[in-house]
Design a protein around this ligand. Structure first.
Ligand code: SAM
Length: 353
């Protein structure tokens, strides 16, 4: 005898809502599946052609029946396709996991699905309960101190940042009217990807990449490869202590979200103290909508990712304005979405306003 009651038979609408929630609950499974695909370089092996799961298992030295199940899951989330049973191709989304793609996100996927991220995120509950950084709770230090002691992961982190930066740098170089001459200082400039795009577009400009010693480790190679070593200096330092003086334009991209308000203000005060009164500061990063909505889900994810990983946060335009005004700057303009998904805030020292 069936024990189903009329209340248990859900309407199609209810079933769809149920499926929508279940799919979201499975988000972490999607991330794990893409992370393993990136680690195994499956997209490089499939390339523009098609490969069977037998071939892929042999080349990756994996267990074929399990690999095939992983590949089918990648099909289910739109990363791969299975045109005939057991044979796999990449979709346009999945092609971005190829290392040779100019807009590759392979290292980005490997980093964000790396155990330091996944383990920290498994302590999200701790962050929400205490307000503390999950990363520090798990690893016993801040992420940048930890990366300074773990060269291989630090290199992967810098590569992941540069995969994101390469695209937004191109968009910023095209969208912002950079001066033809002078010196651009990129604070927290990592491996120099952003300055490479800017100096490439403006042959009369000079640059300084400024970051921590581990942050700038790959910058000399990036600049030499782009033929820019003679126009761009690499300087290691700490932006809480000082930043290079004498620049005309100071860029600080994807940095403030790493820090809480006290630290973010401290970085701005260091900039204010060292940059000439005639210089301009460009903050490039996410600007959150004043109230949450579904228009920019990645921005809200990066916000909570910062809560877990660095103790930082994303900010709204009014929060940025308040922070800049308190630290001696005047906001000249806010270009929402001027660099792809990122916005550009232009500020000048208040005395120059
Ligand atoms: C999220 S990454 C952004 C890198 C780069 N601007 C980009 O958009 O790809 C933040 C950068 O801040 C650097 N950083 C962290 N602490 C720093 C410090 N005290 N002084 C200088 N740079 C620092 C990190 O090494 C890292 O390169």
């Amino acid at each position: 005898m069936s024990s189903t009651t009329p209340q248990d038979v859900l309407s199609t609408e209810k079933m769809n809502l149920r499926a929508a929630l279940i799919e979201r609950i499975g988000g972490y499974m999607t991330a794990h599946a893409i992370g393993v695909a990136a680690d195994l370089a499956l997209a490089d092996l499939i390339g523009t052609g098609s490969r069977t799961s037998d071939e892929l298992a042999a080349e990756t030295r994996t267990h074929e029946p399990s690999l095939r199940r992983l590949l089918r899951t990648l099909v289910a989330v739109g990363v791969a396709a299975e045109p005939e049973p057991g044979r796999f191709t990449l979709t346009d989304i999945g092609s971005q996991l190829r290392s040779d793609s100019p807009d590759s996100l392979r290292n980005f996927a490997r980093m964000f699905c790396h155990p330091i991220f996944l383990t920290s995120w498994s302590s999200l509950h701790h962050s929400v309960t205490t307000g503390e950084r999950a990363f520090d709770h798990v690893y016993g230090s801040g992420i940048y101190d930890w990366l300074a002691q773990h060269g291989e992961t630090s290199a992967l982190f810098n590569e992941a940042m540069s995969e994101e930066s390469r695209i937004s740098a191109g968009q910023l170089a095209a969208a912002y009217d950079f001066p033809a001459t002078g010196t651009v200082v990129d604070l927290g400039g990592g491996d120099g990807t952003l300055l490479t795009a800017i100096l490439g577009a403006r042959p009369g400009l000079r640059g300084i990449v400024f970051d921590s010693p581990s942050g700038v480790a790959e910058a000399p190679a990036t600049l030499s490869k782009a033929g820019l070593a003679d126009r761009c200096e690499v300087r290691a330092g700490d932006f809480f202590q000082s930043v290079p003086g004498g620049g005309d334009l100071y860029i600080i991209k994807s940095v403030f979200q790493d820090w809480g308000d006290g630290e973010a203000r401290a970085i701005l005060r260091t900039c204010r103290a060292h940059m000439p009164a005639s210089a301009t500061l460009l903050i490039v990063g996410t600007v959150l909508p004043e109230t949450a909505d579904t228009s920019a889900p990645v921005a809200f994810f990066t916000d909570i990712n910062m809560m877990v990983m660095t103790g930082g946060r994303e900010r709204t335009e009014s929060e940025f304005r308040a922070m800049l005004e308190e630290t001696g700057f005047t906001v000249r303009s806010v270009g929402h979405g001027q660099a792809g998904p990122l916005s550009v805030i232009q500020a000048v020292p208040a005395t120059a306003a």
